[in-house]
Design a protein around this ligand. Structure first.
Ligand code: ADP
Ligand code: MG
Length: 282
């Protein structure tokens, strides 16, 4: 990467509920993603990881409410010159144009969101057609086949229905769909949590290889911090709606600072040696 920022989240606040005591799910999150970088976000369930990506992409469902902050995107379709655009202040039209082209997301459990009654090829070509109305049917089909082979699925599976594919393959189809418009930023919210560890590793390695080849930036969310230490350039640790630690992957591994990071790193039982109790944090 060149080290130039692509996405800057500044002082982002999100609350759930409109009553006198809303849940403050994000409390002033600051996070910068650089060009070509893999940024890992780890943290326990309920700490706000999904809320962060939903809010930053304006997909937060009610009763979620963004109560402050900005999300600056550099060099997007709506940006002029060197001026970044604030995603939180985009019009609906700008948002529609920016989504999938600038920033694409693979959601938690995405593999279950394929339409069961359409062939995967049609779902890919429909997504392409929505954003590239000028593209011919032949070119869209070609592109869909190319996308499938990019994520390690034989081109001829373009005519398969989702139920004819394994969970890992369906998740790969979702990744192919996210990459359809060459986004600059790929956000993945626990993309492999529902898969077995072998499939998980294959998919993660594939994403890193594609990043190396195509040069996009990645935000990778997981609760598996050991996986992040291997694949991420930088890691942010979230706890109770805040980023509590942010460092290079090797620093997080060698010198964890926050008690929660210590806890995460020590939560893997050793295969050999004496048993030791798992220590929680207050
Ligand atoms: P993560 O993805 O890290 O598991 P989430 O972003 O899904 O966490 O949720 C963060 C917190 O936001 C939760 O602990 C919960 O308190 C709150 N929250 C999430 N969704 C809702 C909702 N629909 N209504 C109320 N509170 C919610
Ligand atoms: Mg989540």
């Amino acid at each position: 990467g060149t080290g130039k920022p692509v996405l800057e989240i500044r002082d982002l606040h999100v609350a759930y509920g409109y009553g006198p005591e809303p849940v403050r799910a994000l409390r002033g999150v600051n996070l910068t993603l650089h060009e070509g970088e893999v940024l890992g976000i780890a943290g326990e369930s309920g700490c706000g990881k999904s809320t962060l990506v939903y809010a930053a992409t304006r997909l937060l469902p009610p009763p979620g409410l963004i109560t402050g902050g900005e999300v600056l995107f550099h060099g997007g379709t709506g940006a002029t010159g060197d001026e970044p655009v604030d995603i939180l202040r985009m019009s609906d039209k700008e948002l529609r144009r920016s989504r999938w082209q600038d920033t694409a997301i693979v959601f938690q459990g995405a593999m279950n969101s394929l339409n069961p009654v359409y062939r995967v090829g049609k779902q890919l070509t429909d997504a392409i057609a929505a954003h590239r109305p000028g593209m011919s049917r032949f070119d869209r089909n070609e592109r869909a086949g190319e996308l499938l082979s990019m994520v390690g699925i034989a081109k001829d599976r373009i005519s398969a229905y989702p139920h004819q594919l394994s969970g890992g393959m369906r998740q790969r189809v979702m990744i192919a769909m996210a990459l359809a418009l060459d986004p600059q930023v790929l956000i993945m919210d626990e993309p492999t949590t529902a898969l077995d560890v072998v499939m998980q590793r294959q998919i993660v390695e594939q994403i890193i290889e594609l990043r190396d080849r195509l040069g996009f930036s990645v935000v990778f969310i997981t609760h598996d911090v050991s996986l992040l230490i291997e694949v991420a350039d930088r890691i942010a640790i979230m706890y109770a709606g805040e980023i509590v630690e942010q460092a290079s992957a090797s620093d997080v591994y060698r010198r964890p600072r926050h008690p929660y990071t210590h806890g995460l790193l020590n939560s893997f039982p050793p295969l050999h040696g004496p048993k030791r109790p798992l220590v929680g944090i207050p």
